[in-house]
Ligand binder design. Structure first.
Ligand code: AHG
Ligand code: MN
Ligand code: MN
Length: 352
């Protein structure tokens, strides 16, 4: 996790004199001053991601006007998912922004088979690796529904004098130094954590800056919505079907956008639970541990929520075995995740 914080109320990133606007850049620079031994690399990385997000946002906003919707010529990515043109564009922009500054030494992306080395810029030796899902929910692009970018930052484990290794990326989510997402929705919002709470910054298009809009986000203890692809109901295990029946019995509303980052953002603000259990097509679950589940789990936990797989293991404690590993997930308001856990404990022992 991030370096220990030193007490310095003068530089407290949460203090906001008067009502003046606090930009993302200003916030991360002030937050960095609260960390002893901070080198500025993490600040630089978050800024790079903020710049890439603005570029992707610009393209997402005019997607219907230019020839950037639809399926990419590249076909499928390494996980066997159809690649959209905007998946490819967002991936390229993120890689470009991170390569230009050299603030990280390597990158792993949902859209690339293997890790990408980032050549050092000048004599700078970077201590961080970055992984991301450049565009989450990309099947939504062509129909004008919210999509997002998800990212996670870790300290490399290998010797900094040599190239980064795949093992630098195969770290449990509890070792994330920072994680976040950008949601290109009705407005564009960047939400991130460095392990000291969660803050959200809304893009003000008139000045082209992300401005602090959601300070110290806390997830509601309980919610009235559940989020799952109920079309797969008959393919879910008994305990999951019983839990979903219970949601319906309790009159919880069903909300499912088909872009995890959008569903999680709603849950963070309004409370609720998101489920992606195993199905016949995806016996281990569909969502990717490194690019989707770990970063969103860190954010949700930092906001007071919970995140487990359907074997009841905390997502952040799973030791990854491969870059594109998939897993099941149940994530959201703590009381709802606990309720689901009770259903799994009660029904999973029963014969089908
Ligand atoms: P991606 O667009 O990055 O491949 O991710 C799509 C994921 C996730 O965002 C979403 O929750 C889920 O796939 C939807 O899957 P189903 O269509 O199977 O419900
Ligand atoms: Mn995704
Ligand atoms: Mn994606």
């Amino acid at each position: 996790m991030a370096a220990p914080a030193k007490k310095n109320p003068e530089h407290d990133a949460f203090s906001r004199p008067g009502n003046r606007i606090v930009t993302l850049d200003e916030f991360i620079i002030r937050a960095e001053k609260d960390f002893e031994f901070a080198t500025g690399e993490l600040t630089g990385l978050l800024r790079d991601i903020g710049v890439a997000a603005k570029i992707i946002n610009r393209e997402v906003n005019k997607a219907g006007l230019v020839n950037i919707t639809g399926v990419a010529d590249s076909g499928e990515n390494t996980s066997g998912d159809q690649q959209q043109k905007l998946d490819v564009y967002a991936n390229e922009k993120l890689i470009e922004c991170l390569q230009n500054s050299g603030e990280c030494c390597a990158i792993a992306s949902e859209e690339n088979d293997s890790i990408i080395q980032v050549p050092a810029v000048g004599s700078k030796q970077s201590h961080y690796v970055v992984m991301f899902d450049p565009l989450d929910g990309s099947s939504n692009i062509d129909v004008n529904v919210s999509v997002g970018t998800i990212f996670a930052i870790y300290r490399r484990q290998s010797d900094p004098s040599g190239p980064a290794t795949t093992e630098d990326f195969l770290q449990a989510g509890n070792r994330q130094v920072a994680a976040g997402y950008v949601l290109y929705g009705t407005s564009t919002i960047l939400v991130y954590t460095t392990g000291r709470g969660v803050n959200g910054f809304t893009l003000d298009p008139s000045i082209g800056e992300f401005c602090l809009s959601h300070r110290n986000l806390r997830i509601p203890e309980n919610g009235k919505f559940y989020s799952v692809n109920q079309g797969y109901y008959s393919k879910f295990d008994l305990e999951m079907r019983r839990y979903i029946d219970n949601c319906s019995d309790q009159n919880y509303g069903l909300r499912y956008i088909g872009s995890m980052v959008s569903d999680i953002h709603r849950i963070l603000i309004q409370g609720g639970i998101f489920l992606y259990p195993s199905t016949r097509k995806y016996p281990k679950g569909k969502l990717r541990l490194l690019y989707e589940c770990n970063p969103l789990s860190l954010i949700v936990e930092q906001a007071g929520g919970k995140s487990i797989n359907t074997q009841l293991k905390r997502i952040l404690d799973i030791e990854p075995k491969e870059l594109h590993q998939r897993n099941t997930i149940a994530i959201g308001s703590p009381a709802m995740v606990d309720e689901l856990k009770a259903f799994i404990e009660r029904y999973s022992a029963l014969p089908l």
